[in-house]
Design a protein around this ligand. Structure first.
Ligand code: DLZ
Length: 173
């Protein structure tokens, strides 16, 4: 019989590919960075990484608001407060929880992650997650610019990409 290429319609990429993807240029975007002071040896480096990413992507200083909070626990309410103003396009969250030094580590971590996610969902503004959770200080240092990249840089890069994606979706709607 006649050949029937099932995959031509089963494979979404076989037809007209529809892919929207954010890019990494940040012209005209406004960001809030929430940074916890606890473990500031680490979080200062995360902040440096985030700012490095933003500035090298074309962001000017007047497009960035830095909010310092006491510890990771305080990040969700600060994130929500600034997101609800709708004056920023994305919220970048930076903190560091070290298990060995933190009583009720899981409870704190779960609530911080849940709260940041909840603020993102309720406001529709992208919130990126640069909260390190490690067993030791050494692991945290590795992820704050020593041996395993800089999670602050990654969180900033993801924020730019998501704002860009939202703009493309809106432009295509
Ligand atoms: C109390 C506390 C502890 C034990 N550990 C950390 C930590 O590892 N990282 C962090 O960001 N914050 C820690 N905190 C502080 C809490 O996040 C919070 O600031 C205080 O409990 C005051 O609400």
């Amino acid at each position: 019989g006649t050949s029937f290429a099932f995959w031509e319609w089963a494979d979404p990429l076989a037809g007209k590919p529809v892919a929207l993807e954010g890019d990494l240029t940040a012209q005209g975007m406004k960001f809030a960075i929430i940074v916890a002071r606890w473990n500031s040896v680490i979080t200062d480096r995360l902040l440096q990484g985030a700012l490095d990413c933003l500035y090298r992507s074309g962001v000017r200083k007047d497009q960035v608001n830095i909010l310092r909070v006491p510890g990771a626990w305080e990040i969700p309410s600060a994130a929500r407060g600034v997101a609800e103003t709708k004056l920023v396009d994305a919220v970048i969250t930076l903190g560091c929880l070290i298990r060995g030094e933190t009583a009720h580590y899981e409870a704190i971590y779960n609530e911080v992650a849940r709260g940041i996610g909840q603020s993102q969902q309720d406001t529709g503004i992208p919130h990126t997650f640069g909260v390190l959770t490690t067993e030791t200080l050494e692991q945290a240092l590795d992820r704050a610019g020593l041996k395993a990249g800089n999670k602050g840089f990654e969180a900033a890069s993801a924020a730019i990409e998501m704002v860009s994606l939202h703009r493309k979706v809106a432009a295509n709607a």
